[in-house]
Design a protein around this ligand. Structure first.
Ligand SMILES: [Zn+2]
Ligand SMILES: [Zn+2]
Length: 233
């Protein structure tokens, strides 16, 4: 019996593509580790930056959190053309915990990595931003919780829960501030998912940390106020 090869190597991989299509990251693991909604102002500011000030309406109006996919920090080595269009930045100050990767062709923010929680095995990408960012994974986990709901007005938190309930039958746990709720069960699941080692690691693939070696870090302060206009007091 013969086995016919029907798909090329790359079609078995996941991709993250920028808004204009010039930059496509290819990832050997096609299944995200975890998925949750994030209501934090940093994620919102990242969306403002990555969409050049025009987030999708649902995100801008706080009707939907940023849909985070936690994925292996393992990327197939980009070709030189793609590599030349990648840059890293931190939000607002040099001490920021997150390092963000963007495509300089159109500005799309592709992935982010948090030095406290994600490294060395994990990074996050953003699922609900197409066509400005397109994620193609073979299998998407269900979102399990919403984090940093402290950054949302209380009425937005409530309507998020009731929308989820009418759509899916139940609302997801809301974690006001994950840093203060480390022992909550839903968060324990997230934290242990982040510690799963990246696999597979094909030849010619590398981690985000390795990819950004030698890239110049910039500090990006754009849209700081826009991403915080809903905060009171
Ligand atoms: Zn966030
Ligand atoms: Zn682009």
């Amino acid at each position: 019996m013969s086995v016919t090869q029907t798909s090329s190597e790359s079609s078995k991989m996941a991709t993250i593509t920028c808004g204009c299509g010039e930059v496509k990251l290819t990832l050997p693991n096609t299944v995200p580790k975890f998925r949750c909604g994030c209501c934090c102002t940093e994620c919102l500011q990242r969306v403002y930056i990555g969409t050049n000030g025009e987030p999708p309406a649902a995100i801008k109006n706080l009707d939907e959190p940023v849909d985070l996919l936690y994925i292996d920090s393992q990327i197939m080595m980009p070709d030189p053309d793609t590599l030349a269009k990648l840059a890293v930045f931190k939000l607002n100050n040099a001490d920021a915990a997150n390092i963000n990767l963007r495509a300089t062709c159109c500005g799309t923010v592709l992935v982010t990595e948090n030095k406290e929680f994600h490294v060395p095995h994990t990074m996050a990408t953003f699922h609900n931003l197409p066509p400005l960012l397109k994620c193609d994974f073979s299998k998407l986990p269900k979102s399990r919780l919403n984090v940093f709901t402290k950054d949302w007005p209380i009425e937005k938190m409530k309507s998020l829960a009731s929308n989820e309930k009418s759509k899916h039958g139940q609302s997801l746990p809301q974690i006001l501030d994950p840093r203060l709720a480390i022992k909550e069960e839903s968060l324990t699941e997230l934290i242990s998912a982040l510690q799963i080692e990246a696999s597979p690691k094909p030849e010619n693939s590398l981690s985000f940390t390795e990819l950004r070696e030698g890239m110049e870090m910039t500090i990006e302060r754009a849209f700081f106020a826009e991403a915080r206009s809903h905060l009171t007091g």
